[in-house]
Design a protein around this ligand. Structure first.
Ligand code: TXA
Ligand code: MG
Length: 330
């Protein structure tokens, strides 16, 4: 299917899975209440978890939001199109269904060429959460998206593997100060550098009282099996495995090295051979978690390199949820 054909489908009220530079999205025309409602049904997503609006160009933003603060303007100038979602005070043109009843709306302008062609052909905002069943891992290939959603009567725009692999960074620019709601490929350091001011971090709420973004408590990104993340230097990880993995044949290993591990695991998935390349790791992470589900992995050990890369907090944010807090630091 071409981006233009996909646009025809969505304009006719259908749901379309499309690639972005982060993960695949499950899109509906934002102005089509019935189609937006079907996104929640297809994903099994609670109605109070709001959706991000995707736009092709800057002009579309004015129809959706009241005010673009000077801070938001700086971020837009620097990071759009790209993997940054910005939260604004919404206009009444944005339905409560999309905003989950909040008075704000999250908007993003993707840089993926196919997403851009598709959104341009649609010519109107597209509401899209990540293309996965609620709680399951996001998808970075159309094959993985198909495996989760093909029974839902949706259409697929195939764009190969998405380059970044984790969801966009979300910042709230609707209030006095800029607040990070979800870490992603655009790091805290980059945001603060562009803004020339401190960004508050509300991405890891410690209790329900502090939740700024409904998805923080709802999203799990989790495979069906029990996942443990082994975090530390190559040497320490190997040492830990030698001592602690007593029944390797029952475990699936997600590893970094391109050498076969010393133990005989049930199956081994190589995420990236470059120990220090967290970007390559991020790009492969959801493919690995989807592979675990597709292969019915029950016990999963995933290596994560010890690193000072600014991308690390974003990866830990996803992996803490995917492993239900089972991060083993060595
Ligand atoms: O990279 C991405 O952002 C992908 C691609 C498809 O664009 N989309 C994505 O959407 O990750 P989703 O629905 O899986 O995650 C959106 C997150 C949710 O945690 C939701 O709670 C939060 O954004 N969110 C949406 N609107 C919000 C709002 N008005 N205020 C606070 N949080 C909001
Ligand atoms: Mg999601």
């Amino acid at each position: 299917m071409s981006p233009q054909e996909a646009a025809q489908k969505i304009l006719a009220g259908q749901l379309v899975v499309f690639p972005t530079e982060t993960v695949y999205g499950l899109g509906a025309l934002a102005s089509d209440q019935d189609a937006v409602r079907r996104i929640f049904e297809a994903k099994g997503r609670p109605a109070h978890n709001p959706l991000i609006l995707h736009i092709a160009d800057h002009e579309q933003l004015d129809e959706l939001v009241h005010e673009v603060s000077p801070a938001a303007k700086k971020l837009i100038d620097c990071f759009w199109p790209g993997p940054l979602t910005i939260c604004f005070k919404k206009k009444s043109t944005v339905s409560d269904l999309i905003s989950g009843g909040l008075d704000t709306v999250c908007v993003r302008r993707p840089s993926h060429p196919l997403a851009h062609e598709f959104l341009t052909a649609v010519g109107k905002p597209v509401a899209a959460p990540s293309a996965n069943i609620s709680g399951k891992p996001s998808t970075t290939t159309s094959e993985d998206a198909r495996k989760q959603l093909e029974s839902k009567g949706v259409y697929f725009l195939d764009g190969g593997k998405t380059p970044l692999g984790i969801e966009s960074t979300i910042v709230d620019c609707s209030g006095e100060s800029v607040v990070l709601l979800r870490p992603g490929s655009i790091t805290m350091e980059q945001l603060e550098q562009v803004l020339g001011e401190k960004v508050l971090d509300a991405s890891e709420p410690s209790s329900v009282d502090h939740v700024r973004s409904p998805g923080q408590l709802l999203e799990h990104y989790a495979p069906q099996g029990e996942l443990f993340v082994l975090y530390g230097s190559n040497e320490k990880r190997k040492g830990w495995m030698d001592h602690h993995v007593k029944t390797p044949s029952e475990w699936v290993l997600g590893t970094l090295s391109d050498q076969a591990p010393a133990l005989s695991f049930k199956a081994v998935y190589f995420l990236t051979p470059a120990e220090t390349d967290l970007h390559a790791y991020a790009a492969e992470l959801y493919a690995f978690l989807n592979w675990c589900d597709q292969n019915d992995a029950r016990h999963i050990l995933l290596e994560l390199p010890g690193s000072s890369d600014p991308l690390l907090p974003s990866l830990l944010n996803r992996l803490k949820k995917a492993s239900r807090g089972h991060i083993i630091s060595v």
